[in-house]
Structures are given as structure tokens and as C-alpha cells.
Design a protein around this ligand. Structure first.
Ligand code: ATP
Length: 401
């Protein structure tokens, strides 16, 4: 694409600690800097830093001004020790003129305060859209449906639901894969009892781990023990997740179920823009605050044109194992209320039961154990299957992974 960048090595080598601190500061600046209402972090396709030199490959929206962005980013990054920013910019077709009309680089640079910034325009055919949209994405050639399981709030039982629903879909006769994209707390390997198994690499492609007949890959397998999830925020996290999706030798699957990180931040938004998702399942508890966050999740999926397949209300009721009394510990009717408000199906309500927790802790989720809770997850899986075909995406057979 753009030719450019001569790397100038920084004078003093950084310690690992300084490097992590500076990388994290850069990520924060990128996350906080918005271009036309979206964080620029969602537009970064490649990021490299060597000392005080930062190189960014960017896909910018049509009406953005690369020059202004360089300058403003430069001002924000200079306090964090970045003195030169190299920007490789791709603009959509209609904005080709805008790119071409950049002031002559040398003059512009001469008038800029340090840090200096260099933009390179692209000789390749420009992409036709500013940011990918769901409508522009075609299905993975070997994966029929991709379902993302999301929650607005952490700790509501999203991963427990993901693993059991995936196993239930398999029990219904489907070939199923699971992608654990929860950078803040990857738990699939433990819940599936394969925490010790590392994925292999074959011809630069990950080979998913076999877990009870499912193909499983977790972001957790890429994190070192001393690499805190915080260091994976922003562009790095998105890049790692896209790598897991793109550079994995996924077998032929009817469903790939993705356990998303909780919340509605940039990582979720980027995934929503780049992975061809058939639909989203939102997990919530009946708690007021969890419901508010679930609403945000639904709205994010609506904005990114991802169909919401439905809502799962987890920890809906608790039955006391001693006296048999049933109580709505986290409130009642929240899932129904959301499903009515947003006109999305209520896929199921799960009880708060120590048995559900105990089974995932053992690495043998309820559906595998075929315990008294398995039928709840099977019913949710059946509800998903009942409607999914109407949201299927067109297949692109030419795509090579
Ligand atoms: N229905 C349930 N009954 C009892 N315990 C449950 C239920 N669902 C989940 N849990 C337990 O609640 C805890 C949180 O669940 P889980 O890790 O699935 O949530 P999460 O939303 O994925 O969390 P995070 O956002 O941290 O990834 C776990 O200990 C899990 O075993």
C-alpha cells in the first residue's frame, strides 16, 4: 500500500516496564481520540512503535482530515514520549480527492510543532467504504452461522451460558466451534476442562483445541501469565481477536459461538464491524443495573446492524435447596420487559443454582453432565435454531483463510 517509513532507532533502549507503560499510554490516547464520533482505535489496522516513533496504518472515514488528525494526535502523544508519527492512510473512494489535496508534506511538516507527523497516501485502489459494515461482510466459507454472546455488564453468567448453549447446539446435531474473545477474563478453556491444552500452529494458522467434540480457541491461550489483560486493550486486543478469527484453521462448522468481552466498548464495536455475525444473544440478570447495560448492548447491535436473536435471563429465580422456597433474588420480569421493549425474543430463563456453577467449575458444564439444568440450555438452543436461518449471510467461496 503506502511506501514510506524510515525507522530511526531511539537513543535509549526502553526497559520492559517503560515499554509496557508507554504502549498502554499510546493505546489510551488512541482510544480517547475520536474521528467522526468513533474512537480512532477502531480505525487502526496496524500499529507499531519503536522508541519515540509510532507507525499507524489507518482506514479513515470519508470526510476526515488526515492532516488535522496527525497534528492533534501528535500533540496528545508527545507528553508520552512519541516524537514522530508515521501515518499510512486509506481513504474511501469518494475521499480520494481529499487525500490528494493534502498540503505538500514538506511544507506542512515545516509549520508543525514537534512531534512531526508524516502521512502517506495510497496507490492501491481505494476501499469503497469508510468502515466495514455488516452488510458488506460475507460469511466465512466454512462457518454457517456466527453467534456472539454478549452482556452489557460483567459477571452475569455470559460465559456459563455460552459454553452450555454451544454444547446444547452440538447435542442437537450441529458441528460447533467456540471462540473465547473475553480478553478481560477468558474462561472457556477451564469451563471445558482443557485449560492445560495449548493450540498448535500449522502453516502459520492456529489449530483449535478439541473440547468435547467442539473446536475451541481462546484469547487466554495467547496471554502470558505475566501479561495482564489491561495491556491488551484497544487496538492490540482487537488485532489479537481478529487474528484468532482469521488465522485459525476452523473446521467446517454449523455454528461458531463467540464469548464476547462484557460491555459495549471499542473492542466489541470493532468485532461487530469486522466479523460477519449472524446474530447476537444478550445475557442479563434481572437486576436493574444489568438490564440497563443489556439495553445498551441491544442498542449497539442495532446500530451495527447485527440482528439480536434474543435475550437470556440468567439467575432468574432461586430455589432454596433446604426448604424448596423459590425467590426472585435479583428481581422479577426484567428479561420479559426488555424483550417486549425491543421486540426481541426471550430465549430462556435460567435458575440461579449452585449446580450450574459447580459443573462449569469442574470443566463439565450442565449440558455435558446431562444434569437437571441441561434442559434449560437445550430449550435456548432450540429457540436459537428456530429463527437463525432467516438471518444467514451470503457465503463467499472465494475467500481463502
Ligand atoms: N445460573 C447460574 N447459577 C449459579 N451460578 C451461576 C449461574 N450462571 C453463572 N454462574 C456463576 O457466576 C459466575 C460468573 O459467571 P460467568 O463467568 O459465566 O459470567 P460472565 O458474565 O462471563 O463473567 P465475566 O464478565 O467476568 O466474563 C461464575 O462463578 C459462574 O459459575
Amino acid at each position: 500500500m503506502f511506501n514510506f517509513i524510515k525507522k530511526i532507532s531511539s537513543t535509549k533502549p526502553e526497559t520492559a516496564q517503560q515499554k509496557a507503560a508507554r504502549d498502554s499510554a499510546v493505546d489510551k490516547v488512541l482510544l480517547g481520540y475520536e474521528v467522526e464520533g468513533s474512537s480512532i482505535a477502531t480505525m487502526v489496522t496496524k500499529i507499531e512503535r519503536e522508541g519515540d516513533q509510532l507507525t499507524l496504518d489507518l482506514r479513515l472515514p470519508q470526510n476526515s482530515s488526515p492532516e488535522r488528525i496527525q497534528q492533534e494526535l501528535g500533540q496528545r502523544l508527545q507528553p508520552h514520549g512519541i516524537n514522530t508519527i508515521h501515518m499510512n492512510v486509506r481513504l474511501p473512494a469518494a475521499a480520494k480527492g481529499a487525500g490528494a489535496s493534502l498540503p505538500k508534506t514538506t511544507d506542512a511538516m515545516a509549520t508543525q510543532a514537534t512531534p512531526t507527523a508524516q502521512a502517506n497516501t495510497n496507490n492501491e485502489p481505494p476501499i469503497s467504504k469508510a468502515a466495514p459494515t455488516q452488510a458488506s461482510l460475507t460469511a466465512h466459507p466454512r462457518i454457517r452461522h456466527i453467534i456472539v454472546v454478549a452482556s452489557g455488564k460483567g459477571g452475569v453468567g455470559k460465559s456459563t451460558t455460552t459454553v452450555n448453549v454451544a454444547l446444547a447446539l452440538q447435542k442437537l446435531g450441529n458441528r460447533v466451534g467456540v471462540l473465547d474473545a473475553d480478553i478481560y477474563g477468558p474462561s472457556m478453556p477451564t469451563m471445558l476442562g482443557v485449560a492445560e491444552v495449548k493450540p498448535q500452529l500449522e502453516n502459520d494458522q492456529f489449530v483449535p483445541v478439541e473440547a468435547h467434540g467442539m473446536a475451541m480457541l481462546s484469547i487466554g491461550s495467547l496471554l502470558d501469565h505475566d501479561n495482564t489483560p489491561v495491556a491488551w486493550r484497544g487496538p492490540k486486543a482487537t488485532g489479537a481477536l481478529m487474528q484468532l478469527y482469521n488465522q485459525t484453521n476452523w473446521p467446517q462448522l454449523d455454528y461458531l459461538v463467540i464469548d464476547m468481552p462484557p460491555g459495549t466498548g471499542d473492542v466489541q464495536l470493532t468485532l461487530a464491524q469486522r466479523i460477519p455475525v449472524t446474530g447476537a444473544v444478550i445475557v442479563t440478570t434481572p437486576q436493574h443495573i444489568a438490564l440497563l447495560d443489556a439495553q445498551k448492548g441491544i442498542e449497539m447491535f442495532n446500530k451495527t446492524s447485527i440482528p439480536v436473536l434474543g435475550v437470556v435471563e440468567n439467575m432468574a429465580l432461586h430455589t432454596c435447596s433446604n426448604c424448596g422456597h423459590t425467590e426472585a433474588i435479583f428481581g422479577a420480569g426484567g428479561g420479559e420487559q426488555i424483550s417486549e421493549q425491543y421486540q426481541v425474543p426471550l430465549l430462556g430463563q435460567l435458575p440461579l443454582a449452585s449446580g450450574i456453577r459447580a459443573q462449569v467449575d469442574k470443566g463439565v458444564p450442565s449440558v455435558l453432565a446431562d444434569d437437571e439444568f441441561a434442559s434449560y440450555y437445550l430449550s435456548i438452543a432450540k429457540n436459537i435454531e428456530a429463527n437463525i436461518s432467516k438471518f444467514a449471510k451470503p457465503v463467499d467461496d472465494k475467500r481463502i483463510f
